[in-house]
Design a protein around this ligand. Sequence first.
Ligand code: PLP
Length: 393
Amino acid sequence: MSNIVKGDSVIYLDNNATTRVAPEVVDVMLPLFSELYGNASSMHTFGGQMIRFVNEARANVANLLGAQPEEIIFTSCGTESDSTAVFSAVETQPEKRHFITTRVEHPAVIALGNLLEKRGYDVTWLGVDSKGRLDLDELARSIRKDTALVSIMFANNETGTVFPVDEIARIVKERGALLHVDAVQAVGKEAIDLSKTPIDFLALSGHKLHAPKGIGVLYVRKGTRFRPFLRGGHQERGRRAGTENVPYIVGLGKACELAGSSMAQERTQVAALRDKLEHGLLAAIPNAIVNGDVEHRLPNTSSIAFESVEGEAILLMLNEFGICASSGSACTSGSLEPSHVLRAMGVPFTYAHGSVRFSLSRYTTEAEIDRVLEVVPGVIKTLREISPFTRRG
Ligand code: PLP
């Protein structure tokens, strides 16, 4: 373990990639790995009692979302929830061959749009403006009688831009189509009330809100026609086969309970640190801009584009200082192409290449932000001095 870099030794500003599991979540999970290891589907009390834990967790998730417990299906991750929603909508309405989504979705949804296109569906890819905002009139005009599903994210994982989901839901429902919302980055950070907002499917992922990786939820509004994606046993009332992952389900339930009780206070605290970081960097570094819609943004996210530097080079140097950030979504970093999100926004090439996403959490401290403010200006200055893009003389 000597070469392993542990969380305590880094400044972790990559919380949109994944979050630390909350200690309270670890505590409730531990007994379920040791003395309480039964299978929730067993007839005997030792296993069968597990269903009580699963249903308590289901109630906690439902409570955070303003949903009914029966509308909550536990899955393995956000990606599975997105796939389940999209395939269910198209399979239950085979006569409808039109799908609407946006150019800035996570790959978990972009890939489904591409697949449907290959299968002969007509796919409308809604664009965004330079701040990452949708044109809601374009959305309204795009919905047709044969639209099987509209799939639009709640908040963008790269820029933090929050879409006007209430307005989107109103437009989609007025025109009689189904709506799926990928809320993986929003749950725990933004208030969501499904008793008021008419969304049909909603995806979330545990590891973005201080629960473990490998647990997700698909919300399916009561009365919505549904086809399971995983078939087999009768778990989750036949809607998602596979032995229940009781420890992770319980962990997610606890994470939702914590998010519900601390969200308002945490939003203020995290946004204040994010703003301190952002203002400090913009004041110290010339030719830097914020990507996305700063007025409608997740409280924890700041995506900053530094002109004439490579984002990957910035990340590598920050890594040397023990600072963890990201140059785009975790799935696209590693490629030197600017991300599809920044391209859709038309961020100029010399800026898009130098974009870094800082994403904070309830565990981020002011001392950490102060340290980042000390380090980053020097890193950008050094890289600009050696950059082939820099205009000299
Ligand atoms: N949707 C969004 C907006 C995301 O940010 C992510 C993960 O980064 C996913 C979906 C996929 O979630 P998971 O990693 O749980 O499959």
